[in-house]
Design a protein around this ligand. Structure first.
Ligand SMILES: NC(=O)c1ccc[n+]([C@@H]2O[C@H](COP(=O)([O-])OP(=O)(O)OC[C@H]3O[C@@H](n4cnc5c(N)ncnc54)[C@H](O)[C@@H]3O)[C@@H](O)[C@H]2O)c1
Length: 338
């Protein structure tokens, strides 16, 4: 029998890649998204890749009655929940917007799920929930302590979901803590569509390479790392998408709440990444080193043993492949889905 899964935020960056992975594994995907940070045009791109279009419903997750209707219209048995706002800086300036959207969406979804007797959920969390006092590699038992409203919203949602699973053993919930997703589908048909000036490093570098932005600002080269720049764990979005599939399959035969890091387990510095992009695009990336950004942790990378042991999942793509695919997407779609 075909399995229907609801993908919230499925027209977004990670949601679209995960929808492709789910559809390729035989799932019927129903996407709900309010398009606040994505475009409907992605649906035909997904169809080009997979041979069929997902069902799409344009709605805000906070509209609980519409979400209940979706559950009654389709035989959905699980949910992969991506919908949320994700810009750290904006969350500091507009915390209420972030708490309202991220917590409000999740509470509304949980209400609709409970009423519809759907109790399998995969949630997009983030490595930003870890405390800055921890030393890499971060395993899932590391101390938590987010430092901004965006990270707090993920932390609160993790707590809510863990409490739900604790109180009712019908629920099976996966909390996926992503490290730094980059790259794009190898076809170049889907990828990240930043609106305005990108908040993340790789989309920013790509726009410098594309001469849409003048130069890259490197925030500090005096950290205690081999080249002085911050180290992060970059993961190919297609590997991340496969991680959701593995988590969902695990949860279909389990209950309780489970947390997994999704990263490569390997850190790369800002300078290493810049040099790799230079190799891929075949030209220098203009850059300027400026002062440290407050709150930046020098070294962040994942301990990925738990996902390997429990989900038999590991990231496979190299940093070079991530850069090649990201550039390929950027080149083919200089204005995103416009
Ligand atoms: N990209 C990253 O670096 C990263 C890292 C860690 C965690 N995450 C989390 O993963 C999830 C997906 O991230 P992404 O990079 O694909 O972001 P994205 O912005 O591309 O996708 C999020 C989608 O959710 C939709 N959305 C937002 N609020 C909604 C609402 N109230 N109702 C319906 N739809 C709504 C947006 O329109 C968008 O399509 C987010 O929850 C994000 O916080 C992302």
């Amino acid at each position: 029998m075909e399995k229907f899964t609801l993908v919230t935020g499925g027209t977004g960056y990670i949601g679209s890649h995960t929808s492709v992975a789910l559809m390729e594994a035989g799932y019927q995907v129903v996407i709900v998204d309010n398009l606040v940070n994505s475009s409907k045009k992605i649906l035909s791109r997904i169809e080009q890749i997979t041979g069929s279009a997902p069902v799409f419903i344009e709605a805000d997750l906070r509209d609980t009655s519409t979400i209940i209707e979706i559950f009654s219209d389709y035989p959905i048995t699980s949910v992969v929940h991506f919908a949320g706002l994700k810009a750290v800086g904006e969350s500091v300036e507009e915390p209420v917007k972030y708490y309202d959207n991220n917590l409000g969406s999740t509470l509304s979804l949980l209400d609709a799920m409970a009423l519809s007797e759907v109790s399998t959920l995969v949630f997009s969390s983030s490595a930003t929930v870890y405390s800055s006092s921890e030393i890499a590699p971060f395993d899932e038992a590391a101390e938590l302590g987010p430092t901004n409203p965006y990270g707090m919203s993920k932390y609160f949602i993790e707590q809510i979901l863990s409490d739900i699973a604790l109180g009712d053993d019908e629920w099976s919930i996966g909390l996926l803590r992503y490290f730094n997703p980059i790259g794009a589908h190898p076809t170049g048909l889907i990828g990240e569509m930043p609106t305005g000036i990108p908040n993340n490093l790789v989309p920013y570098i790509m726009q410098v390479a594309f001469e849409k932005l003048e130069k890259l600002f490197i925030f500090g080269d005096d950290y205690e790392t081999p080249d002085g720049t911050c180290i992060r764990d970059y993961i190919h979005v297609v590997d991340l998408a496969r991680g959701h599939l593995a988590a969902l399959q695990f949860l279909e035969d389990a209950n309780g709440s489970h947390v997994w890091n999704l990263g490569t387990g390997k850190g790369s510095s800002v300078l290493e990444l810049v040099k790799m992009v230079e190799e891929v695009v075949g030209k220098p990336i203009p850059r300027e080193v400026v002062g440290r950004r407050s709150g930046d942790i020098p070294v962040v990378f994942a301990d990925v043993e738990k996902a390997l042991n429990e989900l038999s999942w590991r990231a496979e793509n190299t940093l070079m492949q991530m850069c090649v695919d990201h550039w390929n997407w950027q080149r083919q779609n200089p204005d995103g889905y416009q």
